[in-house]
Design a binder for this molecule. Structure first.
Ligand code: BV8
Ligand code: ZN
Length: 245
């Protein structure tokens, strides 16, 4: 299975990758639905919503400030680095991520489509001004804009539309891909998870990397059971693999 997947990736001219929280797990960033995914017994669906923020902006910010601190201490892992090598070896490549942690960019990925925003961006709910704020911890929660308005994390919450253009770019990337590599996502959040059947409908081969079975595993050509930090370097070797025989 791994050899077949390695061959598909090697031969593909156009590759798309879809990542979720699992690729950052080995960097010590907790996933949403796995063990440790809860924060003070709250599930992400209860906190990552405009209603939760309206009701208790301080609580929501305590969760984001805690995550920002965890992410600031994290380093990209061998899985992130393997995807940088893949990007540099393909004429056509896009990395579509549901993650907001910025670890792909810190590893060196450039062709990144962020479907769910960026935890290091803050946006004013009053004047709309958006800026990068990488202070950890934040001096006050909830943080305020110079105009006095409340700042919110620059991420996409449940019930909110994806950033303009992100979905279109992701759809286009998947339509063109000969191979879609799906790494570290439970594939339950839409529209992101819809990229997987879309890729198949457009004739792409889909390879999944996940230590567990997911909502999509049964329908995929190739589902590799294991952690991204181990499987991806095996799929995308660092030195150019010597053409055997
Ligand atoms: C939209 C950003 C419409 C914030 C996130 C019913 C009611 C209400 C809404 C809905 C509903 N049914 C469907 C919906 C739509 C909803 C949705 O899909 N809900 C789900 C829960 C059913 N979607 C939305 O609301 C989207 N917006 O539809 O808008 C619209 C359209 C036009 C105009 C107006 C409105 C917005 C969805 C985005 C929500 N924001 N995050 C933040 O991060 O705080 S979602 C959140 O979940 C993260 O982005 C995360 O990335 C994403 C998906 O989770 P995963 O990444 O898959 O992480 P998870 O923990 O689930 O899984 C980890 C996986 O890794 C596991 O499989 C595990 O086995 C694996 N793993 C573990 N270790 C490793 C590993 N893999 C590899 N290696 C390892 N070492
Ligand atoms: Zn403002």
């Amino acid at each position: 299975m791994l050899e077949k997947a390695r061959e598909w990736i090697r031969e593909a001219r156009s590759v798309a990758v879809l990542t979720g929280a699992g690729i950052s797990a080995e960097s010590g960033v907790p996933t949403f639905r796995g063990p440790g995914g809860l924060w003070r017994q709250y599930r992400p669906e209860e906190l990552a919503t405009p209603e939760a923020f309206r009701r208790d902006p301080r609580l929501v910010w305590e969760w984001y400030d805690w995550r920002r601190q965890r992410i600031a201490q994290a380093r990209p892992n061998a899985g992130h680095e393997a995807l940088v090598r893949l990007e540099r070896s393909k004429p056509r490549f896009w990395l579509i991520t549901q993650n907001v942690d910025g670890l792909h960019e810190r590893a060196g990925s450039r062709r990144v489509i962020k479907l769910h925003g960026d935890i290091w961006l803050v946006r004013c709910v009053a004047c709309g001004r958006e800026q990068r704020d990488e202070r950890v911890p934040l001096p006050e929660l909830p943080p305020r804009c110079a105009c006095g308005g409340l700042l919110r994390p620059g991420v996409v919450w449940f019930g909110e539309a994806l950033p303009p253009g992100a979905w279109e770019a992701a759809e286009q990337a998947v339509r063109e891909a000969e191979v879609l590599l799906v790494v570290g996502t439970s594939a339950v959040v839409y529209p992101a998870a819809g990229l997987i059947p879309l890729a198949q409908a457009c004739g792409a081969r889909v390879i999944e990397v996940n230590p567990e079975e997911t909502a999509m595993s049964a329908r995929l050509d190739c589902s590799l059971r294991g952690p991204a930090g181990v499987i991806l370097p095996a799929l995308i070797p660092s030195e150019p693999n010597v053409q055997t025989g």
